[in-house]
Design a protein around this ligand. Structure first.
Ligand SMILES: Nc1nc2c(c(=O)[nH]1)N[C@H]1C(S)=C(S)[C@@H](COP(=O)(O)OP(=O)(O)OC[C@H]3O[C@@H](n4cnc5c(=O)[nH]c(N)nc54)[C@H](O)[C@@H]3O)O[C@H]1N2
Ligand SMILES: Nc1nc2c(c(=O)[nH]1)N[C@H]1C(S)=C(S)[C@@H](COP(=O)(O)OP(=O)(O)OC[C@H]3O[C@@H](n4cnc5c(=O)[nH]c(N)nc54)[C@H](O)[C@@H]3O)O[C@H]1N2
Ligand code: SF4
Ligand SMILES: [Mo]
Length: 715
């Protein structure tokens, strides 16, 4: 059987961005094998369990394969899985595009273009698929701009406030560390390709510490699991600084040369407020453990922190990420080859201005920058906007499943159910969001289109080549928005750019780090390393590495004038979240809720595939501590209601010791596959983070009650 092998890149929203090889049967054009590219230095030839089964997704019988229109009648959702198509009728692409163009034009003419809201996130993180032709299209229209805050904006703003740029330790350097702290980072579940480097370091004597309220697979495998209370990391980080400075374990030379605002920080952290005893009260740790952690961290060389996005999904998550990011500047860990990695995405100088072309907003009927709508407040945008700006009359969703992933789900669904809202969804499957579509468009998977991709967990640029023809009539994001632009009469040449031209534009920034990296060279090599300044130790202080600080002071900033100018505290300080055990809100809803990602899904992606469901048996469970369960007369397997004043859901109690007392957890999937259609985000709020306007999924209080026993309700 003649075959060919094509280099692609996993485009899921994962730090690893694996190099992927797809084997295609030349005769049938069908992909017959998917494997990791052994030549990739970080992802090294293996794929996670989710994507090892990717051909099940590509060739799933429930893939959307042609455009559809909702049949007349009321919007009813959720639609029963497997029978969604009954609510729709097949139409041609021409009819779909003509209908969408006419409806959007009508909305623009009647209510103004800002009443159109695009909604997208990271269904694909390829440069073209994530944001290129789509941005041009909505800018040219004058549609509302979407502030893409749902994942990482608090942490991103935090990192930028300290270092001025989203750079971090190199993934490969973790193999040399003597101490690794995975801080709010579920490495084993969400960032598996870092794990072999951690293992290598441990074989050489390194210690792994995990700071996470939940006993993840990563925590279970650690030398020390610190089950901190949710939302109290700032107290711990500042408490560590307190101990380090008191015991004179800091690197005074690094601090003098490369940091700004040390005296002010010192004064704050040495106050009684951050003594080990006080920190212990907030975090739930023992005071001696705070001291021990600080001493071990300061003594280890190199000490490496893998900070992931877990801690910044809390109300004061921006400050927490700031405080943790400052630690390696106190100990000078950067110059020993250590440091912190939150994201490496800032190392990729893709020319997003060329891809997005925000100047097109000036050519729109608005003639100015359109208003911003925060995606973490979609419920508000769909149900409340109108008093403080044009009401949203058209919603265009792609690369995302907001009906499942956006906070305050009841408000989101109420908004999506509006009969006067025209909704377009471009999707691979009948997701919870697709159920609300007026027009549904079929999307390609990463095997079916070409793209170029960076990473947020390593430093390699990769070309993702199209391996197979699109299934059915599926089209990629670039094609859809290019075709729609023609229909809308947007005559600018940029709307006819091909994927190849867009890739060239993405790589066009004359930036040193892309030296020698072109579409042609990527086609030969598949992946190429960035030429990052100072090797891969961006803040080590050696050579010209100091130039990497992108802050106004040109140093790492403990004290941020930029935050002060926004009326925020220029120094980190601990404050408990509104929804936490430390406030009055806990009188009514005493349990802290972690609405978590599933280890074997990707946010809500894969939730509908039987093979993935088998790997994820804990979906539909409420993990609860034995004491909390006993207080509520809840036994293993009982049916429970989890509720607060935003909503409720029904889950099976699982008393498994994964959460500390006072904390309960459940996992995200598709709403329609849950009992009574309830996803975890029914309980989360639209409150935003202190910095960066991010979502606060992990600052949620709930109460739980038993509504059925294991025996009676087990069906
Ligand atoms: N298998 C799998 N992999 C994924 C994803 C997925 O859904 N499934 N999602 C992808 C996406 S979109 C992203 S952004 C990345 C994110 O990857 P991570 O940053 O690892 O994200 P989370 O799983 O949200 O949070 C990490 C850990 O933080 C813990 N945590 C929650 N609150 C706190 C707190 O207050 N303090 C501390 N110290 N820890 C806390 C959680 O219990 C969790 O185990 O993963 C990506 N990879
Ligand atoms: N409770 C709770 N809520 C959360 C989180 C949490 O940890 N807990 N995590 C948050 C985070 S970190 C994130 S990043 C968000 C993620 O939220 P989303 O970005 O909405 O992620 P997914 O659920 O993976 O949905 C992505 C959708 O894009 C589609 N898609 C994939 N590729 C393409 C393409 O090329 N074109 C088009 N048109 N569609 C495509 C997929 O089929 C999939 O349905 O969820 C957030 N919500
Ligand atoms: S989801 Fe992450 S770990 Fe899995 S194949 Fe994709 S990039 Fe690799
Ligand atoms: Mo994310």
């Amino acid at each position: 059987m003649p075959t060919r092998t094509v280099h692609t890149v996993c485009s899921h929203d994962c730090p690893d961005s694996c190099g992927v090889l797809v084997t295609v049967d030349e005769l049938t054009g069908r992909a017959i094998k998917i494997q990791g590219d052994p030549a990739h230095p970080v992802t090294r030839g293996f794929l996670c369990g989710k994507v090892a089964k990717y051909l099940d997704r590509v060739y799933a019988p429930d893939r959307l394969l042609f455009p559809m229109r909702r049949k007349a009648g009321v919007k009813k959702a959720p639609l029963p899985q497997g029978r969604e198509a009954e609510a729709f009728e097949r139409i041609s692409w021409d009819e779909a595009l003509d209908t969408i163009a006419a409806r959007l034009q009508n909305v623009c003419d009647t209510y103004g273009p800002e009443s159109v809201l695009p909604y997208s996130y990271a269904g694909t993180i390829g440069q073209l698929g994530f944001g290129s032709m789509d941005r041009r299209f909505f800018y040219r229209m004058g549609a509302s701009q979407l502030d893409r805050t749902i994942c990482s904006s608090a942490g991103g703003a935090a990192l930028a406030s300290v270092y001025g740029i989203k750079l971090g330790m190199d993934t490969e350097a973790y193999r040399n560390a003597r101490l690794i702290i995975a801080w709010g980072a579920n490495v084993h579940g969400n960032n598996i390709h870092l794990w072999p480097f951690i293992e290598e370091a441990r074989r050489n004597g390194a210690k792994l510490i995990v700071i996470d309220p939940y006993r993840t697979r990563t925590a279970a495998l650690a030398d020390w699991h610190i089950a901190i209370r949710p939302g109290t990391d700032t107290a711990l980080a500042l408490g560590m600084m307190h101990v380090i400075l008191q015991k004179k374990l800091e690197d005074a030379d690094y601090i003098t040369r490369y940091t700004h605002g040390y005296d002010a920080l010192r004064e704050r952290v040495l106050s009684e407020e951050y003594s080990p005893q006080r920190v212990a009260e907030w975090t739930g740790l023992a005071a001696e453990d705070v001291v021990r952690l600080a001493r071990e961290y300061a003594a280890a060389r190199p000490a490496a922190i893998r900070l992931n996005y877990g801690i910044q999904r809390s109300e004061h998550g921006g400050t927490a990420a700031r405080a943790v990011c400052m630690l390696p500047c106190i100990t000078g860990a950067w110059r020993h080859g250590g440091g912190v990695q939150l994201s490496t995405s800032g190392a990729f100088p893709f020319n997003s201005a060329a891809l997005h072309m925000p100047e097109l907003m000036r050519a729109s009927p608005l003639g100015r920058a359109a208003r911003m709508v925060n995606m973490s407040q979609l419920g508000h945008a769909l149900t409340e906007l109108g008093s403080d700006g044009p009401r949203v009359h058209a919603l265009f969703v792609y690369n995302s499943n907001p009906a499942a992933v956006a906070p305050n789900q009841n408000a989101v669904l109420q908004g999506m159910a509006r009969e006067d809202l025209f909704t377009v969804v471009h999707e691979q499957f009948f997701t919870d969001t697709a159920d609300y579509a007026d027009i549904l468009l079929p999307a390609t998977t990463f095997l079916e289109h070409t793209d170029v991709q960076g990473a947020y967990g390593h430093h390699y640029v990769q070309l993702s080549q199209q391996a197979i023809a699109p299934l059915g009539e599926a089209r990629n994001n670039v094609e859809v928005f290019s075709a729609l632009a023609q229909r809308m009469g947007y005559t600018e040449a940029c709307f006819r750019d091909t994927p190849e031209q867009l890739i060239d534009q993405a790589l066009s920034k004359p930036h040193d780090w892309f030296r020698g990296i072109t579409r042609e060279s990527l086609a030969v090599h598949g992946h190429m390393p960035l030429q990052v300044q100072g090797g891969y130790a961006p803040f080590s202080g050696s050579g010209d590495a100091n130039a990497n600080f992108g802050t106004p002071s040109g140093k790492a900033e403990f004290y941020s004038d930029a935050l002060a100018a926004q009326g925020l505290d220029p120094l980190p300080a601990f404050h408990p979240a509104h929804e936490s055990r430390h406030t009055d809100a806990a009188l009514q809803f005493p349990l802290e809720f972690l609405p978590r990602k599933a280890d074997n899904y990707m946010n809500s992606t894969f939730a509908n595939l039987p093979g993935h469901q088998q790997m994820e048996p804990h979906i539909g469970e409420l993990e609860i501590h034995a004491v909390d369960a006993a207080e509520r007369r809840i036994a293993e397997g009982d049916l429970v209601e989890v509720y607060n004043d935003r909503g409720s859901l029904q889950l099976r109690a699982h008393v498994n010791g994964a959460t500390p007392q006072g904390v309960v957890a459940a996992r995200m999937g598709w709403n329609k596959l849950s009992r009574q259609g309830g996803g975890v985000n029914r309980l989360t709020s639209e409150r935003l983070t202190d910095i960066g306007g991010g979502a606060t999924f992990y600052s949620t209080l709930v109460e739980v009650k038993r509504i059925g026993t294991a025996a009676k309700s087990s069906t």
